[in-house]
Design a protein around this ligand. Sequence first.
Ligand code: SF4
Ligand code: SF4
Length: 225
Amino acid sequence: MPAAPSSATITNAVPVADPAAPATSSTATATATATATATATATAIATPAAAAAAAGLCLDCGLCCNGVLFDMVELQPGDLAKALTAKGLKIKKKRWFRQPCAALCEGTLCALYLDRPVRCRAFECRTYKAVAGSELSAEQARDRIAEARRQVVEVESLLGQFDELQTGKPLAQRVANVLAGQHAAALEKPEGNHPPAMSGDIGRVLALEQEMARLSTFLDEHFRI
Ligand code: SF4
Ligand code: SF4
């Protein structure tokens, strides 16, 4: 989960993964498209060093807050919608807020760290848990994060080919919107009567579908709970 920002203009700044309290130092998010839900089960910490290693990962990641892993976060009992709104979160119907999170800054930092919602406190991704449990080295975990981010860049690049640049929306939703639009356009054309431009789009549509499916599988395997 993102760390607290170093900017002096943002209050409540503490490291995202506080080695002193590793079992509670992660974000929990829910998603409209992914089946992952947060778990409040604390990771079994193998050693203090493993806990610190896991905590440091989030500084290089941010995937659970930037709209890649999840689409939205549901508030839980104990979350105060009014207070969170006052702190900058855009709470919808007093129940949820969209990702990418408005409190995310510099890609991996949480501006609300000390006041973050319940799910944000509870969530620990698979990779975080594996490092905290000494089942995976920090270096291996960083390779996973780098690979996930590389695949995200691929998907973003393909979205750009459709002039889809709405980076303020969840990645899966952006892809779904493009695919729905392209499929609708294809259905309007009689079979075998696609103009050359449409044929090119079909190739890009397939590439986008495949790349997003690959990313989703990777995220399910290594990050979502
Ligand atoms: S996805 Fe995992 S490693 Fe990345 S910020 Fe969230 S908890 Fe930390
Ligand atoms: S408040 Fe936003 S940035 Fe902070 S941990 Fe929760 S989802 Fe992430």
